[in-house]
Write a protein that binds this ligand. Structure first.
Ligand code: UDP
Length: 516
């Protein structure tokens, strides 16, 4: 080895080293890749662990990191192949087309990565400083314990949701709901919240509370209890009380480091986020360039939720009836049905000049940061909501499942930047025959969001204000920037990471605000 390589290696060995293990799902991998880039950009060494198909999707990010000489490596572990029942070639949640493939098959495959991960880490000298693994990857807990490496869990939803979820577990809310005699819409208060929050039997379930997922859910909760702390994608000016109460309820540090999407500073970074095979950013932004400032409503339901044709038709008619300019993202699998393809082409012809339909993956950050976009119809995935708020864009909320109903409550009731479309129950991912939203709901919500009047103006003002605070949080001196400094420093000095996050102020905030 040449002397320069040797000295580079020894410098690398002295850096605090974070091993990041995302769940292989876009909504989980995307923010953790952003986290990896931010940590590496701030002087830590980072290894991001994934599988070959997912690594392929991340090639653009890997190339950019290499060009910027960031100490960030992508580690490929072979996806376990011996899983009976899981079609070959599936390595990401967004490739699953049959709900029955999630559990047991897909989530049975992932723990088999523990052996290869442990072998990879054992071969490393010195041992990494810290593992940051997704809340949904409980199989990393045993690896960290066996190797004596501290472990933080990354929890992707809003802290508001995470606190509701933890309080529901700790105070027996799920048991209370399951024995109650009322119907699915009976309301239950979530205990221990600093604000009044109600859920129903239909909207209470969080991640993995669906029948069939119970063992996985229990493992996730156990791994959360034994972790050394949590990393969350939020910022104190958005969720100060909820971070405070979550930290108190967990009894361990909660590092608020977001909005992580602001790791993407330029067009290249925005375009390579998630899936580079999608529509080119330039085609979408060229269309947006022709539109008036704040005039376009953007419509996208994240990386997983899929709609049947008749629900798609209601969305399209609603957008047409609203009379507002729109940019609607329809997944390839949704557009593949012949009747949908023809219908979309006819819609585009009728709304030429004010409507654009993107088929497949869209460069969402480039869209939300464009001056022409004035509103977003979203399924309330936390990444989408946070990306919207970060760019000062108010939302129409249409939650589908998991954390999304509680994320909706946060943006509508607490932050005041959302208009509910009016759904009250979750949908199945792929084959839901119900029609929770009809064209009138879409047109009404879009007019409320994009229209004039005091309420619409106030939503826009608040969204803009949160957007400015989001950017400040990530700048030097901002809360998330300083939290990241402390996180890195605590592992440089002691291998602990136990104290000092959130400026030490959050625990006091919780003492003041949390109540049962
Ligand atoms: N996303 C994107 N283009 C798309 C669909 C999704 O860039 O066409 C990104 C979006 O910006 C977000 C993530 O994928 O970062 C989706 O995460 P979210 O939590 O909103 O929803 P999920 O996909 O987990 O349901």
């Amino acid at each position: 080895m040449a002397p320069t390589e040797e000295s580079a290696d020894s410098t690398l060995a002295q850096l605090p080293h974070f091993v990041i293990v995302p769940l292989v799902a876009q909504g989980h991998t995307i923010p953790m890749v952003d986290l990896a880039r931010l940590l590496a950009g701030r002087g830590a060494r980072v290894s991001l662990v994934t599988t070959p198909i997912n690594a392929c999707r991340l090639r653009g990010v890997a190339d950019q990191a290499a060009r910027a000489k960031l100490p960030l490596e992508f580690v490929e572990l072979p996806f376990p192949t011996e899983i009976h029942g899981l079609p070959p070639g599936i390595e990401n949640v967004d490739q699953i087309t049959d709900f029955s493939h999630f559990a047991p098959f897909f989530f049975d495959a992932l723990p088999k990565l523990a052996g290869p991960l442990e072998a990879y880490l054992r071969a490393m000298a010195p041992r990494p400083s810290c593992i940051v693994s997704d809340w949904c990857n409980p199989w990393t807990a045993g690896v960290a314990t066996r190797l004596g490496i501290p472990r933080l869990f990354f929890h992707g939803p809003s802290c508001f949701y995470s606190l509701c979820d933890l309080n529901a577990i700790d105070h027996g809310l799920h048991e209370q709901i399951s024995v109650a005699a009322g119907d699915d819409q009976e309301k239950f208060a979530v205990p221990g919240m600093p604000v009044h929050v109600e859920v129903t039997r239909a909207t209470a379930p969080g991640f993995f509370m669906t029948p069939g997922f119970e063992p996985l859910w229990k493992q996730c909760v156990d791994a959360m209890r034994t972790a050394d702390g949590a990393v969350v994608n939020t910022f104190l000016d958005l969720e100060h009380e909820f971070v405070a109460c979550y930290e108190a309820a967990l009894g361990k540090p909660v590092w608020a480091l977001g909005p992580l999407c602001l790791a993407n500073k330029d067009a290249d970074a925005m375009e390579s986020r998630g899936d580079t095979s999608g529509v080119r950013r330039s085609a979408v932004t060229a269309w947006l360039d022709t539109m008036d400032t704040g005039s376009v409503v953007y419509v996208n339901f994240g990386s997983v939720a899929r709609k049947l044709p008749r629900q798609l038709f209601e969305v399209g008619h609603g957008l047409e009836d609203s009379g507002k300019p729109f940019l609607w993202v329809v997944k390839e699998a949704e557009a593949a049905a012949p009747e949908v393809g023809e219908w979309l082409a006819a819609l585009e012809a009728r709304t030429a000049g004010r409507g654009l339909v993107v088929r497949g993956w869209a460069p969402q950050l480039a869209v939300l940061s464009h001056r022409a976009v004035g509103g977003f119809i979203t399924h309330c995935g936390w990444n989408s909501l946070l990306e919207s708020v970060t760019h000062g864009v108010p939302v129409v909320t249409w939650p589908h499942f998991a954390d999304q109903f509680l994320n909706e409550r946060l943006v509508v009731d607490v932050l005041g930047v959302g208009v509910p479309i009016g759904v009250t129950a979750p949908v199945m991912l792929f084959d839901d025959e119900t029609l929770p939203v009809v064209r009138g709901d879409v047109a009404r919500a879009v007019s409320e969001l994009m229209g004039g009047g005091n309420e619409a103006g106030e939503r826009r003002r608040k969204a803009k204000e949160y957007g400015e605070k989001a950017h400040r949080a990530m700048e030097k001196g901002g809360s998330s920037y300083e939290n990241m400094t402390q996180l890195i420093e605590s592992f440089r000095q002691s291998g602990g990471g136990k104290h000092g996050c959130n400026g030490g102020t959050v625990a006091e905030a919780c003492d003041v605000h949390c109540h049962d």
